[in-house]
Design a protein around this ligand. Structure first.
Ligand code: NIG
Ligand code: FE
Length: 406
């Protein structure tokens, strides 16, 4: 295994209690895909210098852990620009969904696309995320909504690992919407989703299970059935909870020790307390809040006070958040949700790792960590949150290797 030295960096480690885990004038030593030493340049042990095969000088650049985008719907075909126009003329997201548009229109386009088309569309999107420092991504299914099409989308997500130097976690979101062939038969559809799950899992396609618990999605009782099946298979759960209304989905998810509850604009104190005691992460999604012109803010202060870890994600999808910019999401989390820049960074690193159930070696930098990091044209991580619409990434290192993104 090759040992590589990365000298002269100002590193936000997100380890320890200091703000940002800030370590200026630092050197990182990697061996294989692991960080084996991280400390002040002057303390670098001579044995490591002798052992190293490569040395890179980072010229005082800012280094952070690779970003983890813990909530995306990257695999789909088509777009919803026409729906955007309709919403600008006054139609609401819910009205469009009830009229058979919304998620269902993306399902139709996705079913029509070949596996290779889905893969190349998704790879192009993932590359855009990588150009903003992403080294790990969660990908949900949920635009197939038949056993065959959900399996296709999950296989495409798995093929990412081969196509790109990117860590991928897959989430089965069969309970995203009711497909046309199950119209008015939500309970039958939920039974079908539960029936597919063991086969998809046996094929190694599922890392976690999610559902859309909402007036235009699934009830708490239906979500419970999906979660019970997940639990019987030993799969962790997550939930699209309280995005448009308070369905008390977060409390249900916490009962199943969910990894995360996502969106949460309408979550009440019961949901927050349940998440706090279950150790469930709150994943806030400023892109969807902004794009749907939501006015109900997620209760950041109450989540903080209750000690619920807060993560952020792009929620990239064609309907409610067609963004591929984690840095813009960090900026919006501060300007719109009043989070601090440090909270925004923790939201895309340490807390995002936790929302995906990744090992503690992911999301922070220190000896023993996975060698995923981003090198930025910036003096400090706060600069990257303050600016928006820039392209500040200098280098991306995934598993100790420099990544070339075409
Ligand atoms: O996270 N809320 C449900 N799912 C997506 C939107 C899906 C769509 O509109 O296509 C979300 O916002
Ligand atoms: Fe989503």
């Amino acid at each position: 295994m090759t040992t590589t030295i990365w000298r002269n960096a100002n590193v936000a480690t997100f380890c320890g209690d200091t703000p940002y885990g800030w370590l200026p004038g630092a050197t990182i030593v990697t061996r294989g895909n692991e960080v084996i030493w991280l400390g002040a340049d002057r303390d670098l042990p001579a044995t490591l210098t002798e052992e190293s095969a490569n040395e890179h000088h980072l010229g005082g650049a800012c280094v952070t852990p690779g970003l983890i985008d813990c909530h995306t719907h990257l695999v789909y075909a088509g777009n919803r620009a026409r729906e955007f126009e309709l919403r600008l003329q006054g139609a609401t997201y819910e009205e469009i969904a009830r009229a058979g548009g919304g998620i269902r229109s993306t399902v139709a386009a996705t079913r029509d696309a070949s596996d290779d088309q889905l893969l190349s569309l998704a790879v192009a999107r993932a590359k855009a995320l990588m150009r903003e420092g992403v080294t790990a991504v969660e990908i949900k299914s949920g635009y197939g909504l038949s056993e065959v099409d959900e399996a296709r989308c999950l296989r495409v997500a798995r093929r990412f690992g081969e196509a790109l130097p990117l860590t991928v976690r897959t989430t089965f979101l069969g309970a995203h919407a009711i497909p046309p062939e199950f119209d008015q038969r939500a309970d039958d559809y939920v039974a079908a989703v539960c029936d597919w799950m063991p086969r998809l899992h046996a094929e190694g396609l599922i890392d976690a299970v999610d559902a859309f618990c909402e007036r235009i999605g699934f009830t708490v009782a239906q979500t419970r059935q999906v979660f019970e099946r997940a639990r019987s298979l030993g799969l962790p759960v997550k939930l699209h909870a309280e995005q448009l209304s308070d369905q008390h989905g977060a409390a249900l998810a916490a009962e199943f020790a969910a990894l995360s509850c996502d969106h949460l604009e309408y979550v009440g104190s019961d949901g927050i307390a349940a998440m706090a005691s279950a150790g469930t992460v709150a994943v806030l999604l400023p892109g969807a809040y902004y794009f749907l012109r939501e006015t109900q803010l997620p209760p950041v202060a109450a989540l903080r006070e209750a000690g619920v870890p807060i993560a952020l994600a792009t929620d990239h999808n064609p309907g409610s958040s067609p963004t591929l910019s984690p840095l813009l999401m960090m900026n919006m989390a501060c300007t719109l949700f009043r989070m601090t820049p440090e909270e925004a960074w923790r939201g895309f690193t340490v807390n995002a790792a936790r929302a995906l159930g990744l090992p503690p070696t992911c999301g922070a930098l220190g000896a023993g960590a996975r060698a995923d990091f981003a090198v930025w044209d910036a003096e400090h991580p706060r600069d990257l949150v303050y600016r928006f619409g820039h392209h500040p990434l200098q280098q991306l290192i995934q598993g100790g290797q420099r990544v070339a993104i075409d």
